[in-house]
Design a protein around this ligand. Structure first.
Ligand SMILES: Nc1ncnc2c1ncn2[C@@H]1O[C@H](COP(=O)(O)OP(=O)(O)OP(=O)(O)O)[C@@H](O)[C@H]1O
Length: 604
């Protein structure tokens, strides 16, 4: 009871500054009495709205867009045409504007599936340029250079919203959107977005489909831009092509970058600094270009994470300097992970999966990485794959996990032929992966990194998550408890709230294992998990691998550390130049004369 009260009062304490901020913003038009301030504040609110959508796309999902201005234009013109020419109400026109902008945003996203982010930037820049020409060309619909005039204000019951009313509407929309985005980025969806941004292959290995996630992000960006456009239309009462210049489109990206990408307050800070402040300092108008350019240069050199990112970094540093130094050393963690703490591994999602490879071939240009490999991996065993550098071990894991498609041959999981399946689908069937170099959400907490492992297991849908419905909260609480238990088992409990990027190498590897275990895997593929570990960490890794097998998971272990292999493997397969040399018990395989030759380069 008292704990619940404590949690509630903690939430109230966290919400208090926001409530004060919203109350102060809401009181602004009443306190200032200057219509110009209200007008500017409304425009700033619309920019924050569009910036928040772009932050989801760019900050959280890594999809650059210089074309948000074009989508705002789509929303503004759709609203203008429906309201001024067809007498629609704002409440009917705005949803249509949002839908049309989502459609346009999704179209813009199509190249994103094939291109890297900087090419997408060029595509979206092209869209921004084309949009302005289209607005002029389709004169009959858009009014050409003169644009659309006489767009009425929204009417709410008996009241037509005035300047202040539109401001309060924009503020309310921002508050709702902020709450929705806050919940989204702190959920399965948000973790999936960040995985696509930080490590697309890792994202696929936990069940995230990058193409769908990018589409979702572009749709969110389109929706907020469309809504921003609808509000801009009724705010100005007219729309012209001159409102949607290239500068206008680029402004939103700058607002996000300067404020702090992937920080919720980023677009607010960016808009205040980049739009509101210069508008208020009108005396500096002629120097504005120079001030913008210089500020951008200085910020990108000294605060590449934007103002909000820099603020967080300083706060973290202050917290660290106030903490006794040994609490941040590696000893307590490796002590915890290296002692006899029994590692409890939860049961897999189903029966352990066996693997069968039949004549698998894979080449990269002239390099034949796999040359007709036949291999059976029995369910419920630890099966090690060893061989010299470049012998094809990682390629083999990539083919099994479907991150790579083989050129020839077949791959079976259990009895199912998965030769054409995707990595995301396999992840949903219980295949997990630990990578050769840890692939983590560097800026997220350890707990969030582990929770990402539950991506394919979470049952709560997007709507229930965003609305924080009771079953969504319940599932979240259960998974968080499970993630914390895993972190505690691996000796990382004290660091659960720290950023993953701040962890030493050994703990980053353990964190990857924790994420993989969170998937409750039926088949776990581990690529050189021992690389760079201390002897103590190696010992605990060995115990962990045995515990994973004993819980009922098949483990495929690619490893150079022969002592670890000898101590944990049930079967060892040796590869050399893409061919299978031998396969058998550790003693037989590692003692085989051909294997000694492979490793030493001469006959035994
Ligand atoms: N994406 C790629 N593009 C081109 N060549 C590749 C690619 N991936 C692997 N190769 C080549 O395929 C061969 C096998 O590589 P692979 O990474 O599977 O070997 P490995 O046994 O895992 O090596 P290591 O022990 O060094 O990790 C190597 O010659 C490598 O250079």
């Amino acid at each position: 009871m008292s704990e619940a009260r404590g949690t509630r009062s903690g939430a109230a304490r966290r919400a208090a500054p926001w409530l004060v901020l919203v109350a102060a913003a809401a009181a602004l038009p009443l306190l200032s009495g200057d219509p110009t301030i209200t007008y500017l504040a409304t425009t700033a609110g619309i920019y924050v709205l569009v910036g928040t959508g772009l932050n989801l796309m760019f900050g959280y999902t890594g999809q650059v867009s210089l074309g948000q201005g074009a989508l705002v234009a789509v929303g503004a013109y759709t609203t203008g045409i429906l309201m001024a020419d067809h007498d629609w109400t704002f409440w009917a026109a705005a949803p249509v504007a949002v839908l049309v902008a989502v459609g346009a945003g999704t179209l813009m996203a199509l190249p994103a599936f094939r291109l890297s982010s900087w090419y997408i930037a060029l595509v979206t820049l092209g869209a921004a340029m084309a949009a302005r020409s289209l607005l002029v060309e389709f004169e009959g619909l858009t009014g050409g250079w003169s644009g659309l005039i006489g767009i009425p204000r929204p009417v709410l019951g008996p009241w037509e919203l005035g300047e202040r009313g539109v401001f309060w509407l924009v503020l309310a929309v921002n508050v709702v959107l902020f709450a929705m985005v806050r919940t989204t980025v702190d959920s399965r969806l948000g973790r999936g977005m960040m995985a696509v941004r930080d490590a697309p292959e890792m994202a696929r290995s936990v069940g995230v489909a990058p193409a769908r996630m990018k589409l979702f992000a572009f749709a969110c960006g389109g929706a907020t831009a469309g809504l921003g456009g609808a509000l801009l239309a009724v705010h100005h009462g007219l729309v012209t092509p001159d409102d949607f210049t290239l500068d206008f489109s680029i402004l939103f990206l700058l607002v996000v970058i300067i404020g702090g990408a992937a920080r919720l307050v980023g677009p607010i800070i960016g808009t205040l600094l980049f739009f509101a402040l210069p508008e208020l300092l009108t005396g500096l108008a002629e120097w504005r270009g120079l001030i913008y350019g210089a500020a951008l240069l200085v910020l990108m050199v000294y605060a590449p994470q934007g103002i909000a990112g820099e603020w967080e970094r300083l706060r973290a540093r202050r917290r660290a300097s106030g903490t006794p130094s040994d609490a941040y050393g590696t000893s307590d963690v490796s002590d915890a992970s290296g002692t006899d703490v029994p590692v409890e591994v939860g049961p897999p999602r189903g029966e352990p999966l066996g693997v069968e490879l039949v004549g698998v071939r894979k080449s990269f240009g002239g390099v034949h990485a796999l040359q007709g490999v036949d291999l059976t991996i029995e369910p419920g065993t630890v099966h090690a794959i060893v061989g010299p550098n470049g012998s094809g071990k990682t390629t083999l894991l990539n083919v099994i996990s479907r991150l790579l498609r083989q050129d020839g041959g077949r791959v079976l999981l259990g009895t199912e032929d998965v030769s054409r399946a995707t990595a995301e689908r396999l992840a949903r069937h219980g295949v997990a992966r630990v990578f050769q170099t840890p692939r983590l959400l560097g800026a997220s907490s350890l707990r969030d990194n582990v929770l990402l492992g539950a991506y394919a297991r979470e049952r709560t849908g997007g709507t229930a998550t965003v609305l924080r419905l009771p079953w969504a909260r319940r599932e979240r609480a259960e998974l968080t408890e499970e993630a914390d238990r895993l972190l505690a088992d691996l000796g990382l409990a004290e660091r659960a709230d720290e950023e993953a990027a701040a962890l030493p190498h050994g703990e980053q590897r353990l964190l990857e294992v924790a994420r993989a275990l969170m998937t409750r895997p039926r088949l776990l593929l581990m690529d050189e998990p021992a690389a760079g570990l201390t002897p103590r960490e190696l010992e605990s890794l060995g115990r962990l691998i045995r515990a994973i097998r004993d819980a009922g998971t098949t483990v495929v272990l690619v490893e150079h550390h022969i002592e670890l292999v000898a101590s944990v493997a049930d079967v060892v397969t040796v590869l050399d130049r893409g061919r299978l040399v031998t396969s058998g018990s550790p003693q037989d395989a590692l003692g085989d004369a051909r294997v000694v030759e492979v490793y030493l380069g001469a006959p035994a």
